[in-house]
Design a protein around this ligand. Structure first.
Ligand SMILES: Cc1ncc(COP(=O)(O)O)c(C=O)c1O
Length: 384
């Protein structure tokens, strides 16, 4: 059966070039970077090169990049690490209602530790107003987290404007941006955004799962989540996932080399697919906007449960999702779409198509046709 993978915001396939780098590290240069001998020195060199590739990709210093086990850990480390270490500066924290679970649940934990939280609302387009963020910042606001691209609907937050307003209001307030969904697709510019902490993950850009990174601006103090050896400056102790780190850097290098070409290709795919949906699938509404990220399209087909369509398309080899992958095993409704003012029925109908530069127009035409047929046949059955 033909297979068309359109769930690239959940994860992406590892590119052959990336897998080749990882294989070489697993079987050849497999030393522990902490070892003193030649194998260790070689591993350390690979790590340094990987750090430098990531630093170059977002225009920061090598020493400001810390490898983690993925986006979840980097978000937890940023939020919990800073809050615990700097709590004397202030007990007020700000974030949005549409963050990824790894940010939201880190903040929930901090609420239990005595911090006060402001969860900012978003508009129907999923975007938070920069003025609202600025208004929420108080003299005792320690940290603000706003994601760059939303994983469910692709809304792009105006992080540069937000960063500027936060710092104007309180220069001591730290700014954290989750760039997991944007890195490798849109420019990620911590310095321009005045961001102090930025989260990355490898598996959304054709790198391996289980590896990510945190950008931490030089001089910011934070507590580690784990305790052990002194790896990653003591901020993330534990023997490094060397193949993962090497693979992440290779994936980032390849993504950055074609950043603007890929963004243009993805925009075209999204635009044509959206037009196709408008023309072929009656009673469909869009939860994503044209201004959103080029690789995510979230729609709702009226009167239809998203889950049913996911399985109907799966039967035809087309893989999509109802929203965030991390939520799809849980029955609860998308907190993102609810925050965007969608009604329960509309939330249940949500479908997310997410693209990669590996997808083709022809694949999307196939997916559209399968969606059209599935919607028609389900509507026929339910009308009976
Ligand atoms: C916006 C966002 N942040 C964080 C994460 C977590 O990253 P990881 O899967 O590497 O833990 C994801 C993954 O879906 C995400 O989409």
């Amino acid at each position: 059966m033909r297979e068309v993978y359109l769930d690239n915001s959940a994860t992406t396939p590892v590119l052959p070039e990336v897998a080749a780098v990882m294989h070489r590290i697993h079987t050849g240069t497999y030393g522990n970077p902490s070892s003193l001998h030649r194998m260790g020195v070689e591993a350390e060199r690979i790590k340094r090169r990987a750090r430098s590739t990531l630093a170059d990709a977002c225009n920061v210093k090598e020493t400001e990049i810390y490898f983690t086990s993925g986006g979840t850990e980097a978000n937890n480390l940023a939020v919990i690490g800073v809050a615990r270490r700097l709590r004397r500066r202030g007990l007020h924290l700000v974030t949005t209602q549409v963050e990824h679970a790894s940010v939201l649940y880190a903040y929930r934990l901090l609420e239990q530790e005595g911090f006060t939280l402001t969860y900012l609302p978003v508009g129907r387009d999923g975007v938070v107003s920069p003025a609202l963020v600025a208004a929420a910042v108080r003299p005792d606001t320690l940290l603000v987290s706003v994601m760059h691209v939303n994983n469910e609907v692709g809304a792009i937050q105006p992080v540069a404007e937000i960063g500027e307003l936060i710092k104007k209001k309180n220069s001591e307030t730290l700014f954290h941006v989750d760039a997991v969904q944007s890195f490798g697709k849109l420019p990620v510019q911590p310095t321009l955004w005045q961001a102090d902490l930025v989260t990355f993950s490898a598996h959304k850009l054709h790198g391996p799962k289980g590896v990510g990174a945190l950008y931490k601006r030089q001089g910011i103090l934070m507590d580690p989540l784990f305790h052990g050896g002194g790896q990653e400056d003591g901020l993330r102790p534990g023997t490094e996932n060397m193949a993962g780190i090497g693979g992440f850097a290779e994936a980032a290098r390849l993504a950055m080399a074609s950043l603007s070409a890929h963004a243009a290709d993805l925009s075209k795919l999204k635009k044509n697919f959206s037009s196709g949906i408008l023309a072929e699938i009656p009673d469909t509404s869009f939860n994503s906007t044209e201004e959103g990220a080029p690789h995510i399209l979230n729609i709702a087909v009226a009167g239809m449960r998203g889950e049913v369509l996911v399985h109907a398309l799966e039967e035809e080899g087309v893989y999509i999702s109802t929203g965030a992958a991390c939520h799809s095993q849980r029955p609860e409704l998308s907190h993102v779409l609810l925050a965007m003012g969608r009604k329960e029925k509309e939330v249940e109908a949500a479908l997310r198509f997410s693209f990669s530069p590996l997808n083709t127009e022809e694949e999307l035409a196939y997916a559209l046709e399968k969606l059209r047929v599935a919607v028609l046949s389900i509507r026929k059955v339910t009308r009976r």
